[in-house]
Design a protein around this ligand. Sequence first.
Ligand SMILES: Nc1ncnc2c1ncn2[C@@H]1O[C@H](COP(=O)(O)OP(=O)(O)OP(=O)(O)O)[C@@H](O)[C@H]1O
Ligand SMILES: [Mg+2]
Length: 190
Amino acid sequence: MPARADGVPTRNPDTAILFLMVGLPGSGKTTRAKELAVTHQALRLTPDHWMVALFGDSMADGKRFVLEGRLISVALQALRMGNSVVLDFGLWGRDERSALRWLAQANGATCRVVYLPVDKDVQLARIARRQETEPHQTFPMSEADVDQWRTQFHVPDAGELDGGEIPRPPAGWPGWAEWAAGHWPSCTEN
Ligand SMILES: Nc1ncnc2c1ncn2[C@@H]1O[C@H](COP(=O)(O)OP(=O)(O)OP(=O)(O)O)[C@@H](O)[C@H]1O
Ligand SMILES: [Mg+2]
């Protein structure tokens, strides 16, 4: 790590990476996120663990989006200091991913979309096993939940996976920063 003239170690902001973990419940995001955090000395932010600890519920009347907004703000601070970050959010929507890719770029970092596809049978087996072995880090999930979630998930396209051009925000939004502040209340610069 380089050092300033006064001897304080610094990181190079140009090398900071924002990893976006993308996949359905049970696809293996948190498992891979922990590996990436070690390999890249990155800060890992896993909202499920916060939601379990704070509310015992994954959504808690919309508080999840408030929490995610705060965690994004923390992530952007870390990126600006040159630290890599793993956002272990799931990010089912293409717009969420586009907004975060834009925010990474705007804060001087590279962004990598890490997609973990999973077949339904494997997903159900992993969820059941995790519920047995790690109930304090997850929530009950039924097969009907899984079926519904699989229809809602937007599979990342080649452009997202290859770091291609970031699409424009949906009609009516001036930019991705404004879209992000609308989607994640409390996602501010501070
Ligand atoms: N590649 C893998 N092979 C086999 N088992 C795995 C693999 N990755 C994860 N698992 C197991 O599957 C279960 C689910 O993994 P994990 O918690 O990482 O998924 P997740 O995508 O973070 O799920 P959620 O969105 O619900 O948080 C865990 O018990 C984990 O040990
Ligand atoms: Mg997880």
